[in-house]
Design a protein around this ligand. Structure first.
Ligand code: ZN
Length: 198
């Protein structure tokens, strides 16, 4: 049942995609096989063929030992994201930088391990919560108003939970402080600093 083999001069679009994935993600061969509905052996064949065509196969895992943050393009892009944008999920970060999510996480982790980036950076789990917190931080609305807007019944307790995690949810004061006090007066909001753990 062998398919007619034309000797093509290049890899097919699909095969190139697979090679790209192999080089830029942590997808295993079996995962790629499943994704494309082909066997693992077939992936292996594609890999060999790609090598014949002069493609370089560089699995990120294999590169780990030689990873140098100051020379790494992905790391330098992550480092360019301001720390004030810490309230994001890893998904949002990888979207923002247009990098594969797993690849992005891997480099982010390297940066964290070596202390280049705060451990709290991009640790939000939910896109919606991240957006709500970002919004809260830059707006002058009360926690309950922000909660309503994003569909959280008890946004205030989410805020204190994040503070306990050491996440800075305090607002960047771009507006007259009087407005904040007035609007927050309706809720029982403690002074911003009282919740931070030491
Ligand atoms: Zn890197």
């Amino acid at each position: 049942m062998r398919r007619g083999r034309k000797r093509s001069k290049e890899l097919s679009y699909r095969d190139k995609k697979i090679i790209n994935r192999l080089n830029s993600s942590f997808d295993t061969m079996s995962q790629l096989a499943r994704k494309h509905g082909i066997s693992k052996q077939r992936i292996h064949q594609i890999l060999l063929r790609a090598k014949d065509f002069g493609y370089v196969i560089n699995r990120p895992r294999l590169l780990a030992r030689y990873h140098e943050i100051h020379r790494c393009e992905i790391c330098s892009r992550i480092l360019q994201v301001p720390e004030s944008d810490a309230l994001i999920t890893k998904r949002q970060l990888s979207h923002m930088l247009n990098i594969d999510r797993q690849v992005c996480s891997w480099h982010l982790n390297q940066l964290k391990v070596l202390g280049f980036v705060s451990k709290k950076f991009a640790t939000m789990r939910s896109d919606r919560l991240a957006k709500a917190l970002q919004y809260y931080r830059s707006s002058s609305l009360s926690p309950s108003a922000v909660g309503r807007r994003f569909g959280y019944k008890n946004f205030y307790s989410l805020l204190s939970y994040q503070r306990k995690r050491g996440i800075v949810v305090e607002r960047t004061a771009n507006f007259p402080i009087a407005v904040v006090l007035e609007q927050e007066g309706r809720d029982t909001v403690p002074p911003p600093m009282s919740q931070t753990q030491s």
